[in-house]
Design a protein around this ligand. Sequence first.
Ligand code: NDP
Length: 326
Amino acid sequence: MSVARTAVLHATGGPEAIAWEDRPLPAPGPGEVLLRHHAIGVNYIDIYHRSGLYPLSLPSGLGSEGAGVIEAVGEGVEHVAPGDRVAYAGGPLGAYAEARVMPAAPLVKLPDAISFEEAAAVMLKGLTVHYLFRRTVPIRPGDTVLFLPAAGGTGLIACQWARSEGIRLIGAAGGAAKCALAREHGAAETIDMRTQDLAAEARRLTGGRGVDVVMDGVGRDSFIASLDALRPLGTMISFGNASGKVEPFDIGLLAAKGSLMLTRPTLFTHIADPAVLRRMAAELFEKVISGAIRPRIDQRRPLAEAAAAHRALEARATTGATVLLP
Ligand code: NDP
């Protein structure tokens, strides 16, 4: 039996809480595969897990996104086989590893045209963008969406998705350079969250009306301003908490601000059914293969530098996706 370098959390905390162990790789059991990673995606949710914001039972693996090659399959696994190139988002935590034994259900086959690095940059973030635009509230060409943060891993995919569907995306990001990057990737307009008032600027850009939908992954710091950016009867999709969890609030606020709708979704509900996951992945891959979405990787690091990758993400010092290489 071989071993694989694997990140383990024995306690939650700062980036230094990520410990490394050589874990044995047993033969895959029923419904499982042995997967050797070629690229691993870093996501903000990894920080919520590591810090304890999203509770875990310890000890725990870390990481929810990877791409690689199947080395062995257990009994009953039919949709993938040894030698297949695959990628996944979700399943048990543990993507920060050279190789792992995991359930086969979250795996999808990777088209030859998509590299492992691209897959690790686009699976979790791109499926998120897919459900935000296609499965949460009806959004039609010409509708205006305010998206934040617009220049990160998820954000730059959202900008490209909106452009490819004729949706007007106003991207909000921290600083002029990040705003320029969002526009390069398809944001029609941008709002600099460091220097501009989010709600006032969104209203100005929509002739005073407000946007149809807000997709807010910043959380605590922007929640009220995002509500204030909406038109009457608009929808707030609060999908993340990079700045911390949204504080409890009086739901009467939604009436006072114009009969607003509010939802707090997670990708993992949307991809719980493997048949739906495969359909969503096929639609996402089509956008990548056609060139409508070019996964942008601005940080590549050896797997052993996962803690440094977390520090950079938390310091708002990254753009696009971060990928770890085993
Ligand atoms: P990003 O690459 O977007 O990095 C996070 C960005 O958040 C930073 O670069 C920064 O951009 C912004 N930010 C704003 N305030 C803070 C703060 N106080 N501390 C740190 N960062 C801050 O990360 P991801 O693409 O991985 O994730 C983006 C968001 O999407 C996260 O909230 C994540 O949880 C959410 N998400 C939700 C999913 C779901 O299904 N619910 C699935 C996937 C992602 P700037 O400098 O421009 O402000």
